[in-house]
Design a protein around this ligand. Sequence first.
Ligand SMILES: NC(=O)c1ccc[n+]([C@@H]2O[C@H](COP(=O)([O-])OP(=O)(O)OC[C@H]3O[C@@H](n4cnc5c(N)ncnc54)[C@H](O)[C@@H]3O)[C@@H](O)[C@H]2O)c1
Length: 390
Amino acid sequence: MALGRKIRYGMVGGGPGAFIGAVHRKAAALDGEIELVAGCFSSSPEKSQAQGRELLLDPSRVYNSYQEMAEKESKLPPGERIDFVAIVTPNNTHFEIAKTFIEAGFHVVCDKPMTTTIEEAEELVRLVQKHDVVFALTHNYTGYPMVKQARELVRSGHLGEIRKIVVEYPQGWLAKLVEGESKQASWRTDPKQAGVSSCIGDIGSHAENLAHYITGLEMAEICADLTTFVSGRQLDDDGNILVRYENGARGILYASQISVGEENNLRIRVYGTEASLEWHQEYPTDLWVRYNDQPARLYRMGNPYNSDIAKHFTRLPAGHPEAFIEAFANIYRSAARTMAAKIAGTEPHPFDTDFPTVIDGARGVHFIHKAVESARSNAKWLDVRYTPPA
Ligand SMILES: NC(=O)c1ccc[n+]([C@@H]2O[C@H](COP(=O)([O-])OP(=O)(O)OC[C@H]3O[C@@H](n4cnc5c(N)ncnc54)[C@H](O)[C@@H]3O)[C@@H](O)[C@H]2O)c1
């Protein structure tokens, strides 16, 4: 580490019973380079304090509101105060929390979707530029070594010119109205907390980001058919989107929360003029590459034939699977090393700058809104090109 000490962070969200906050904490701790020192874990002060006790944090660093945390942490000496905030709250709160900490000079790790409106996303891009902070967005599927290997194969021209991308993220957990029983289901299907979409916002955005990350292609136009199958639900729970990419490639993006029997079956297939590839997040150690004129190849995680960047993000020898938490850890380690280099006034290793940023977040929010707009106009084709603010 460029700094000769651990990078310190505080968490907002991730209180008792929460899902992703605990994953973030495990991932951040994995490589021993990052330390949790503060938090506001819930909007309920009692729950925030209870979570702080469970994590054995110094009680003076467990706060009753994120505003109090930003204010009091700013007053601590550098090296003692947090270096960054991790935001793991429901979608509608990301913007105000991120803005508060960026304006106080802190770096940010934020979960997706980045914000619930396009205006807020654009404002965050501007704030990150203005305050020159590191902003990492946990589109965690980009952290898998075999996803990086897939991107290297596309970049090297091994697939030829990309013609077709099929990316799907089916889940089945919202096939019935479970909003009353599950806290996670209840906010994800509430427009006030989730934003304009449930299915596309929650998991279609991962599919959009994964396709962009592996192929480097920008979407030009989309045509979206979104449905709410479950009676009494307020937002979409299934979506089928046709995509025209800027290079002329065509795509199909399917995300669903009502595909009974599916768990987290994120899968991508990319077809080029010379070869195609396929990666499944439920079998993350395997990357298939197929040809018309020779047998298929199976690239496996942890082998020396993989690219240097895939190896940089692999911790174990082949045959010992690494998956969800390690992929999050790859984003955390890269973001923390980039922060450490910035604080020390040095340059990070180029591999350590390979994590999703505020621009990816804004592109995702733009995509979600365009998908909803297209669906509301009876699946009209819409221009979806995203240009970051200058
Ligand atoms: N990258 C991924 O794979 C992934 C997976 C799951 C969730 N997520 C994202 O993570 C976020 C959280 O999702 P979740 O499933 O963990 O939700 P959750 O409901 O399980 O947890 C949210 C937590 O935030 C806390 N919270 C809410 N408002 C707060 C505030 N003002 N101050 C402090 N704490 C507050 C709640 O008390 C709760 O502890 C969402 O944006 C979601 O889209 C990402």
